[in-house]
Design a protein around this ligand. Structure first.
Ligand SMILES: Cc1ncc(COP(=O)(O)OP(=O)(O)O)c(N)n1
Ligand SMILES: Cc1nc(C(=O)O)sc1CCOP(=O)(O)O
Ligand SMILES: [Mg+2]
Length: 209
């Protein structure tokens, strides 16, 4: 597999928005629209469903030259040979790096704190994610991150992700401030059809050119 480009639109799935058979067609539309990093984020706790869906998405991503990042679940990432995203309460980054190997992408949630990002880099994170930048429908909570954080985070030498309430209308200042990737759920997948997901993915992707 060629080296991944940690740049551009980072799409994240949502089990509510993508239920009733929408997961695969909507994700394939996002991939057609230019997504090269897709995160499987499922909070159901249904291990059988998670294994099946993640496996299907892994094959789909391979077909499109994209990477599949599993949220929260090191054993699932290890089993499928996928990449991983860990939050502050999701286990040890160092252990994940040791188990998944040097080639794996392992991302870390750093909220709005550079100190968390420094620690994550020391423990082997491939990218550092900050948020929320705007009010999020998916994950309501205080908006604490701002664009100056992105500029400072660049000095840590790892790709920087911005997340939280990002839409086509508010993404540009984050990219201008130094976000290498913008991670999006609602503004991408709360769409009425795969065609609209593809159009939105394409429009987000264009913001990076
Ligand atoms: C790219 C990216 N950034 C941040 C998060 C949030 O991770 P976490 O804080 O562990 O919260 P959950 O997503 O697990 O609810 C993320 N998933 N992806
Ligand atoms: C999963 C997640 N983590 C966040 C953080 O701040 O760490 S915000 C968020 C939800 C992102 O979804 P949307 O694009 O719909 O706002
Ligand atoms: Mg988590």
């Amino acid at each position: 597999m060629h080296a991944p480009s940690l740049h551009g639109l980072y799409a994240i799935t949502d089990s509510t928005l993508l239920d009733n058979g929408r997961l695969l067609p909507f994700c394939e539309a996002a991939l057609r629209g230019g997504v090269r990093i897709l995160q499987y984020r499922d909070k159901s706790g249904d291990a059988e469903k998670r294994l099946r869906e993640a496996g299907e998405l892994h094959s789909l991503c391979a077909k499109h030259g994209a990477r599949l990042i599993i949220n929260d679940d090191l054993p699932l990432a290890e089993r499928l040979g996928c990449d991983l995203h860990l939050g502050q309460e999701d286990g040890s980054l160092a252990e994940a790096r040791q188990r998944l190997g040097q080639q794996a992408i392992i991302g870390a949630t750093c909220h709005h704190q550079l100190q968390l990002a420094r620690q994550a880099v020391e423990q082997g994170a491939s990218y550092i994610a900050f948020g929320r930048f705007y009010a999020s429908q998916t994950k309501p909570g205080e908006v604490l991150a701002d664009t100056s954080l992105l500029q400072q985070a660049r000095e840590l030498g790892k790709p920087v992700v911005a997340i939280g309430g990002i839409t086509l209308d508010n993404a540009a200042p984050l990219i201008a401030a130094g976000a290498d990737m913008i991670a999006v759920i609602h503004a991408l997948f709360a769409a009425p059809s795969p065609a609209e997901v593809e159009r939105r993915a394409n429009a987000f992707t264009q913001l990076f050119s």
